[in-house]
Design a protein around this ligand. Sequence first.
Ligand code: RP5
Length: 164
Amino acid sequence: MVAQHSPRVGILIGSSSDREVMDGAVAVLKKLDIPCEMLVRSAHRTPEQTRAYVESARQRGIGVLIAAAGMAAHLAGAVAAHTTLPVIGVPIASGPLQGQDALLATVQMPAGIPVATVAIDGAKNAAYLAAQILAVSDADIAARLAAERAERAEAILAEPTVQG
Ligand code: RP5
């Protein structure tokens, strides 16, 4: 039995230096009222603890995993290797190549082990995509997503038209 407020989305970051960017994902999920948790787990520095977290995720009620890392970004791929839960990868703009390296490392997965890769530093879209995945079987989340989109469209249409 999974408690009502137990996390539905697990966010792994490769380093505490990724936290600032990924706070954007936490904020989106909070706005959509989707419980989540974010923790530092590295593919290279804590491989066993990363695996243990991923393997226990489903039974803890987590439906989607987000993995964010920079440079030689193997975290999302390593996470995907240990679960059939959907995994969303966020390449982080860190190091001299500013995320170009992480983007390629995250997106180029072998067949059968997918990682849904968002843009470099795409923390917010990772959260929206996680919400949309959960919304497939959760009508309340689907309704909140639809309302948020309508709100966003209204705000755009309320912008003034400037006559030249
Ligand atoms: C990656 O290397 C992390 O995800 C981070 O983006 C980058 C730098 O990590 P630190 O050296 O700041 O811990 O593994």
